[in-house]
Design a protein around this ligand. Structure first.
Ligand code: SAT
Ligand code: MN
Length: 607
């Protein structure tokens, strides 16, 4: 039986929305259409259903109230960058870092995939808003999905349901824009066919039509592929909108830093996935008197305020953090947040007493069920949790959230950090001389690959502004946009840009910097630079702290390690140049001349 849209029960009069839901239902042929209201009752209904179908295991309420364990299909554990497409009208608007296909061809191809793809399943209509509901221009979206896992996750990660839907017809007008996103796991059920715990399709497509501000996602149920408000909307589609409108949509955490003198600063920081962004966003400072509060851990929308400063808003409502390595030592605030419950855990280990465990979370239990559903005991080869396993938890229950976290005006940025995971070459922290130099640092950002995306781990790749998989248009145009945004502003009001690397290693392959809570020392130096108080050495690559300028009080760190952490090794940098040249050559003619000038002057300074 196929459902048709019954307009008399649809909770909206928005013509374009009704039209689109009807077309998608006709195409995908679900058994039922459910409009999501975002209520606690809906959460209960959907999570109960997921328990019933075996997708979720309810955790022990004494350990993690109102929380669930979930294991995906072992082939559906990360974003699929080679299956992610930007289907701009003109291929020149897509560029060499994205996959492109003509939008008409892609639609023709995917239409056949979507035809009947929801048979035997429910189509959920999820209205949502990215960023605060009371924004001047609320950023609306609707996801149609046949995955109840997506409904539960969107409840946490976005402002979802009736409160969002009411904004679609604000002031009685039927014309509010929204980003439509069609998602299907691509696993229709024949009548009587039993379901599996994590249905998905071997063929996956994560597709963006930037001019139409439209998303089609097929075949995967995993976070970044399936929760369309996140990377698809808030980065790929939003980056295009931001280019058109003169702002920035970035893969950045946002934090508030308060000094012992009770002065507050706001910092945004871009790191590739699984490089400690969430840990930095929730940093528990080891230096007396400093306080860090969290505004966001993954995405920042940066717009100019009336005072000419850059203001950052976190469009999300939850954290979708990498689980392994998270514990009371590395990220106590994340641990306290999830301990309050109301959370989803995907691809972690399930303990025998109904709690969760992952590598890095202290002592392992004597026995658990691993993410593949196998019996697991410590000491073997198998991992309890997949390296890209995730916790999904509401920001509202994070003790260290800043009061401003859902302020629609955002927070004025004092500094932007770019960072990657590099075992050599990149010092602990480098300050850019000016905006253009900072954009050069961001545009040439490099990192060793992690488990957050399917593919080989540990290979150095350029990841501009940590946006490589998320730029919704040509990377060269994106660099030019960053340069333009800086030019359009009063230079003294722009945030200062810094390049950090927590992951440098010594000859014995040990990390030289302790990281985690100790990263406050680097933040402190950056703030003191902004205040004009801390010393730095001018090097060919930018300004690096003198060893004395970095507060290492109480840190058991040898002078030698500190020297290695801060070293600007000219030979390593000379080695770096060909790979930067190769990178610019790959981007091609669209690399702005100002960035080519930066490269040339860097080469001159390196001799
Ligand atoms: O996998 S997600 O895209 O949801 C998270 C990330 O990679 O940053
Ligand atoms: Mn991310």
């Amino acid at each position: 039986m196929t459902a048709t849209l019954d307009r008399s029960v649809a909770p909206t009069t928005h013509t374009a929305l009704l039209q689109w839901v009807q077309e998608c239902a006709e195409l995908t042929q679900p058994e039922e259409i459910v409009w999501c209201d975002g209520s606690p009752e809906e959460w209960t209904r959907v999570t109960d259903l997921l328990v019933e179908t075996g997708t979720f295991v309810r955790l022990n309420a004494d350990k993690k109230p109102n929380s669930f364990y979930c294991a995906s299909d072992p082939t559906d554990v990360a974003r699929v960058e080679d299956r992610t497409f930007i289907c701009s009208r003109d291929s020149a608007d897509c560029g060499p870092t994205n996959n492109w296909m003509d939008p008409d061809d892609m639609k023709a191809l995917l239409t056949e995939r979507f035809r009947g793809s929801m048979r035997g399943r429910t189509m959920y209509v999820i209205p949502y808003c990215m960023g605060p509901l009371n924004a001047d221009e609320p950023m609306l979206g609707v996801e149609l999905t046949d995955a109840p896992y997506v409904v539960a996750s969107m409840h946490i990660m976005t402002r979802v349901g009736t409160a969002a839907l009411e904004l679609f017809t604000k002031d009685g007008k039927d014309d509010q824009e929204f980003v439509p996103g069609l998602h299907s796991i691509g696993a229709p059920l024949a009548p009587g066919e039993p379901d599996v715990a994590w249905p998905c399709n071997d063929t996956k497509y994560i597709v963006h039509f930037p001019e139409e501000r439209l998303i089609w996602s097929y075949g995967s149920g995993y976070g970044g592929n399936a929760l369309l408000g996140k990377k698809c909307y808030s980065l790929r589609i939003a980056s295009v909108k931001a280019r058109d409108e003169g702002w920035l949509a970035e893969h950045m955490l946002i934090l508030k830093l308060t000094s012992p003198a009770q002065k507050s600063y706001y910092v945004a920081a871009a790191f590739p996935s699984a490089c400690g962004k969430t840990n930095l966003a929730m940093l528990d400072p080891t230096l007396e008197g400093w306080k860090v509060e969290t505004i966001g851990d993954d995405i920042a929308w940066i717009r100019f305020g009336e005072d000419g400063r850059m203001y950052a808003v976190n469009p999300e409502n939850g954290f979708f953090g990498v689980a392994p390595g998270t514990d009371y030592h590395t990220n106590p605030n994340a641990m306290r947040t999830i301990a309050k419950g109301n959370s989803l855990f995907t691809n972690v280990g399930l303990t025998d007493d109904g709690d969760i465990w992952w590598e890095g979370m202290g002592e392992p239990p004597a026995h658990l069920t691993d993410w593949k559903g196998q019996s697991w005991t410590p000491g073997g080869d198998a991992l309890a949790a997949h390296p890209n396993s995730r916790y999904c938890t509401p920001i509202s229950q994070c003790d260290t959230k800043a009061a401003e976290w859902d302020d629609p005006r955002g927070v004025p940025l004092d500094a932007i950090f770019f960072g990657g995971r590099r075992r050599d070459t990149i010092p602990l922290v480098t300050e850019a001389r000016d905006w253009q130099h900072g954009v050069f640092m961001g545009a040439t950002l490099s990192s060793e690959t992690t488990a957050a995306a399917v593919g080989k781990v540990g290979v150095v790749r350029r990841d501009p502004m940590a946006m490589l998989p998320f730029i919704g248009y040509h990377a060269g145009d994106y660099f030019a946009h960053w340069i333009e945004v800086g030019k359009s502003a009063d230079a003294v009001k722009l945030p200062k840009i810094f390049y950090v690397n927590w992951f440098r290693r010594d000859e014995d392959d040990n990390f030289v910097w302790p990281g985690f809570g100790e990263n406050i020392r680097v933040l402190k130096w950056a703030i003191e630079r902004i205040e004009g108080k801390a010393a730095a050495v001018d090097t060919p690559i930018g300004r690096v702290p003198t060893p004395e300028a970095l507060d290492t009080s109480g840190l058991s760190m040898g002078a030698e390690e500190l020297t290695t952490a801060l070293a600007v090794d000219l030979d390593q940098w000379r080695n770096e140049i060909p790979s930067i040249e190769e990178w610019f050559a790959k981007i091609g003619d669209k690399v702005p001349s100002s960035l080519r000038d930066e490269l040339e002057s860097l080469k001159l300074r390196l001799g």
